[in-house]
Ligand binder design. Structure first.
Ligand SMILES: Nc1ncnc2c1ncn2[C@@H]1O[C@H](COP(=O)(O)OP(=O)(O)OP(=O)(O)O)[C@@H](O)[C@H]1O
Ligand SMILES: [Mg+2]
Length: 582
C-alpha cells in the first residue's frame, strides 16, 4: 500500500511544472462536454417545437440562435483543452520528465548499470515520457469526455422515461463494472508480462546493435536474429492472449446489449404509438442508446488503456526509482588534504567467491604506486571499491584516515580522479568529451589539457578540430586517441588522488613516455595509483605491488620488481599464472 502511494506520488510529481495547465486541460474538456449535453437538449426541443400549439417561426430563430452559441462554446472549450494538452503541456512537461529521470540515475549505484541493459534503462526513460503524454490524451479525449457523454445520455433517458433510464443504467453499468473486474483480473496481468518481455527484447536489440561488428565478424548475426525472433514471439504471445480475452468479453457484452436494446425499442414504440412519448423523445431515446453503447465500449477501453499506462509507468518506476538507490548525499562531504589510502582487512566478493580476503594495503601521502598482476587478479576491483562502486563485505577503506563509507559518494568523486581501463566516449565533439571532467573549464584549459595528453596536434590535424564528432562510444577514434581524451580529462582536475587503470596501454612507447613525463610533472603533489600490464610504464613509481588472486605476493621498488617480472606476460591469466609465483 505504502509502495503504491509512493508510486502515485511519483506520477503526480511528473506534473509539477504543469499543474495549472493540467487543470485547464481537464476543466475545458468537461465544459465542452457539458455544452454538448445542452446542445442535445436544444435539438430535442427544436424537434418538439412545431407540435406546440403556440409555435411561431420567431421561436425557432431564437432557439437556433442559442444552439449556435452553445455549439461555438463547445468548440472553443474543446480547442482550449486540446491546444493546452498537445502544445503547452508537451512543451513544458516532457523536457522536465527527461531531466528529472536522468538526474535520478545519479542516485543509482554502479551495479545498477552493470546489471541492467543500457537499452532497458534508456527505453524506460523514454517510456515514461511517452506514457505520460498518452495518459494526458486518454484522460481528456477518452476518460473525461466519454464519462460526461455517458452521464448526459443517461440524463436524457431519465427525462424521457424512468423505466428506460433504469434499464439502460443497469445494462451499461453492468457492462462497465463486469468489464473492469474482468480486465483487472484477467487482462492486466498479461499486459504487464507483455511489457516486461518487450523491454527485455528492446534491451537485447540495443545491445546487439551496439555490438554489431562483433556479431558480424564472428558470423553470429543469423544466430542472434533467431534469439531476437524468439523474444519478439514471447512478447507477442502475451499481447495476443490479452487481446483475445478482451474480444471474447466484448462479444458476450454485445449480445446482451442487442437483446436489451430490442426489448426497449418495442417498449418505446408502444409508448410512442399511445402518444405517451413525443417524436423528439423517441428519436433521442434511439440516439442515446446508440451513443451509450459506443461510449461505454470506448469508456472501458479508455479505462483499460489508462490501466495499461499505469502498469507501464509502474514497471518503469520500479526499475528507475524503487530498486535500491545508493543516494548518500545526506552524508558528510569528505575533505581530502593529504591523499593517504588504506585498505584495512578488506574482504569482497561480487557473487560467490571472494576476490579479496582480509586484504591490506597502505599508500602514503604523495606516494606513487604501481600495481601489476595477471588478468582477473583483482586490480580493477580495487579501484571499484575505492570509488564505492561496490562495498566490501568486511573491512574498511580509509582515505586520510576517514572511512569512505561514512561520506557522500558525490564528495568522494570531487576528490578522486580515475582513468578507466576502457574509455567510452559520448557521441559528441572532442571538446565536449574533454569538458565533462570540468563543465566550467575555459577553452584555454581544454587546450592545455589536450596538450598535456599529447592530443592537441592530432586534434588540430582534423578538419573540424575540437569540434570533431567522435561517433557513438568514440568509434571514430583509435583506441589510443580515446585513451588520450580520457587522460586529457584528468589534467583538467585538481584532485589529491589520481588512479590510472591501464590508462596508457593502447599508446605507442614514445607517446606513453611523453604522457608519463607530464603525469609526473603535473601530478607531483598527488597520490597516484597506476595499474599496468606493461612494466616499463611503472619505472618512475615509488614502489610496485604484485597482486595475484586478490593477495599481494610481492612488493618492491621498480628497480627490484621490473627485472623480476619482466618475462611474465601480465595479459594472460591462464598461461602465466605459474610465472607470477616464481
Ligand atoms: N561486475 C562483476 N561481477 C562479477 N564478477 C566480476 C565483476 N567484475 C569483475 N569480476 C570478477 O572479479 C575478478 C577480478 O576482476 P578485475 O576486473 O578486478 O581483474 P583485473 O585484475 O582488473 O583484470 P584485468 O587485468 O583483466 O583488467 C575476476 O575474476 C572477474 O571475473
Ligand atoms: Mg582490470
Amino acid at each position: 500500500m505504502k509502495k503504491n502511494k509512493k508510486f502515485i506520488n511519483f506520477v503526480f510529481s511528473l506534473y509539477k511544472p504543469v499543474k495549472c495547465l493540467a487543470l485547464v486541460m481537464v476543466f475545458s474538456m468537461m465544459l465542452s462536454q457539458i455544452f454538448d449535453l445542452i446542445k442535445q437538449y436544444i435539438i430535442k426541443g427544436i424537434i418538439d417545437l412545431p407540435s406546440n400549439p403556440n409555435f411561431q417561426i420567431t421561436d425557432l430563430y431564437k432557439v437556433v440562435g442559442i444552439l449556435m452559441i452553445v455549439i461555438i462554446l463547445e468548440l472553443i472549450f474543446y480547442y482550449i483543452s486540446n491546444i493546452t494538452r498537445t502544445i503547452h503541456m508537451v512543451k513544458k512537461q516532457t523536457p522536465y520528465i527527461s531531466e528529472k529521470l536522468f538526474n535520478n540515475l545519479d542516485k543509482k549505484g554502479y551495479p545498477f548499470f552493470v546489471d541492467n541493459f543500457s537499452g532497458k534503462i534508456s527505453s524506460s526513460i523514454n517510456e515514461v515520457n511517452n506514457e505520460i503524454t498518452d495518459l494526458n490524451t486518454r484522460i481528456t479525449t477518452g476518460f473525461i469526455s466519454l464519462l460526461t457523454s455517458m452521464i448526459s445520455s443517461l440524463i436524457i433517458l431519465y427525462t424521457i422515461d424512468f423505466k428506460i433510464f433504469i434499464t439502460a443504467l443497469i445494462l451499461f453499468g453492468g457492462i462497465i463494472v463486469t468489464r473492469l473486474i474482468y480486465f483487472s483480473k484477467r487482462y492486466l496481468p498479461l499486459v504487464q508480462k507483455a511489457q516486461e518481455t518487450s523491454r527485455e527484447y528492446n534491451g537485447i536489440l540495443n545491445d546487439a546493435v551496439l555490438n554489431f561488428t562483433s556479431l558480424k565478424v564472428y558470423s553470429a548475426v543469423e544466430d542472434f536474429s533467431k534469439t531476437l525472433k524468439i523474444k519478439k514471439e514471447d512478447s507477442n504471445f502475451y499481447k495476443n492472449k490479452a487481446s483475445s480475452r478482451e474480444f471474447t468479453y466484448g462479444a458476450i457484452a454485445n449480445v446482451i446489449y442487442i437483446i436489451t436494446f430490442a426489448v426497449l425499442l418495442l417498449y418505446s414504440i408502444n409508448l410512442f404509438g399511445n402518444n405517451l412519448m413525443t417524436l423528439g423523445n423517441f428519436i433521442f431515446f434511439i440516439n442515446a442508446m446508440i451513443s451509450l453503447k459506443s461510449s461505454t465500449t470506448s469508456f472501458t477501453w479508455s479505462y483499460i488503456h489508462i490501466g495499461e499506462i499505469f502498469v507501464k509507468l509502474k514497471n518503469c518506476y520500479d526499475l528507475l526509482y524503487n530498486e535500491a538507490n545508493s543516494n548518500d548525499d545526506n552524508k558528510n562531504s569528505i575533505i581530502i588534504n593529504n591523499g593517504t589510502i588504506k585498505f584495512d582487512n578488506v574482504s569482497f566478493k561480487y557473487t560467490k567467491s571472494y576476490v579479496f580476503q582480509n586484504f591490506n594495503l597502505e599508500v602514503k601521502e604523495k606516494q606513487k604506486i604501481g600495481i601489476i598482476g595477471v588478468s582477473g587478479s583483482g586490480k580493477t576491483t580495487l579501484v571499484n571499491l575505492l570509488f564505492k562502486f561496490y562495498s566490501p563485505q568486511n573491512g574498511k577503506i580509509l582515505i586520510d584516515g576517514k572511512n569512505i563509507n561514512d561520506y557522500s559518494t558525490r564528495s568522494l568523486y570531487e576528490n578522486l580522479t580515475y582513468v578507466p581501463q576502457e574509455t567510452i566516449l559520448l557521441h559528441s565533439t572532442i571538446y565536449e568529451n574533454i569538458k565533462i571532467a570540468k563543465p566550467d573549464a575555459s577553452y584555454e584549459e581544454i587546450i592545455n589539457a589536450a596538450k598535456k595528453a599529447e592530443l592537441h596536434n592530432f586534434i588540430e590535424s582534423l578538419d573540424d578540430k575540437y569540434n570533431t564528432i567522435v561517433g557513438e562510444r568514440g568509434i571514430k577514434l583509435s583506441g589510443g586517441q580515446r585513451q588520450r581524451i580520457a587522460l586529457a580529462r584528468i589534467f583538467l582536475r585538481n584532485s589529491k588522488i589520481v588512479i590510472f587503470d591501464e590508462a596508457t596501454s593502447s599508446l605507442d612507447n614514445n607517446t606513453e613516455f611523453k604522457i608519463q613525463q607530464n603525469i609526473h610533472k603535473y601530478f607531483n603533489n598527488q597520490t597516484i595509483i597506476c595499474i599496468a600490464h606493461r612494466l616499463s610504464t611503472l619505472k618512475d613509481m615509488d614502489y610496485i605491488i604484485v597482486i595475484d588472486n586478490g593477495t599481494i605476493i610481492d612488493t618492491g621498488t621498480p628497480k627490484a620488481i621490473i627485472p623480476k617480472y619482466d618475462k611474465v606476460d601480465f595479459l594472460s591469466s591462464e598461461s602465466e599464472d605459474k610465472n607470477v609465483h616464481c
